[in-house]
Ligand binder design. Sequence first.
Ligand code: GDP
Length: 367
Amino acid sequence: MQHPENDKAYKGLTVNEGIEQPSGVNPYFRRKARKRLLSVGEYVEGILKGDTTVLSQAVTLVESVRPEHQAVAQEVIEKCLPHSGKSIRVGISGVPGAGKSTSIDVFGLHVLEQYGGKLAVLAIDPSSERSKGSILGDKTRMEKLSVHPKSFIRPSPSAGSLGGVARKTRETIILCEAAGFDKIFVETVGVGQSETAVHSMVDFFLLIQLAGTGDELQGIKRGIMEMADGIVINKADGDNVDKARLAAAQFRNALHLFPKPESGWTPEVLTYSGFYNLGVKEIWDMVYRYVAFVKRNGYFEHRRNEQSKYWMYETINEHLRDSFYHNPLVASMLPGKEQQVLHGSLTSFVAARDLLDAYFRQLREKQ
Ligand code: GDP
């Protein structure tokens, strides 16, 4: 290479030739052929055989936003549906630091040991959209369970709205059940809306709480407490035992003020220590007692039917929303309308109507 500085016009300055740089790309690297998508039949066959590799691949399809993936995924789900449903689904919620991962590790080992079968741990984490990747359900957080041959751990799907994320988790439950997983845990962060989503897909909703501040009841939203079928106070160990017991008593009192749940089951409040594995058996005795109770009185079936209905409407809503916001005309009009609303030159209602009118007009014209 000819350096301009080596020209005679430059005095007193020469630049040495550099050495040739090695290629930044490994010349021996060969791109692996892209993995072929399996056929619907192959997915279904693999799943029904309990092949977790095929199951993982199918879940990836469920989570994919590509229409061709979604088409295959929906067919796989439909074929798996008759083989699903035969499980106990438990939602586990608690604020970050409540001890969810420590507990799920211990809970999982306990139920596998005590009741046999296979366990899938899924998660719903609405924040994963922002942080691009969920921490919930992460294998590394559940050290023992992640290497257990009878467990399947899958982090939260990360793309889309909470409704979308939740729908994918619900579809994943179907695939896991078809693959023979008869125990499903769905984990979520105890911060609000995601509880409702989890509640709408599980048979038992377990709320993990901590004792400590003395006024813990204030921090927890009434709605979440009302959803709980069981409240468990974690970290009841060492100096914390008394505080945990006191908190449990407060929760019990608070629960008395709520109307009796539709299930006819009075939510129980227990204390335990996930870390020291104390009181874990009692929690699962309670969950199984609940399941026997609601299977006897018909509420188990009723809740599952209601959930199916809920998901039908959720899916419709999600598709309508997507169709609306992905419509190019709507997308092009939105920023302008938003500005007009912000500047007060248009009311929210008129702006919304303009957009909806434009959307529906276009739909009609397409027909
Ligand atoms: P997560 O954010 O809800 O998943 O909570 P983690 O399971 O990561 O636990 C948060 C912290 O609490 C960790 O430092 C754990 O070691 C600790 N921890 C979890 N369970 C217990 C328990 O039963 N007793 C005590 N003392 N500490 C615990």
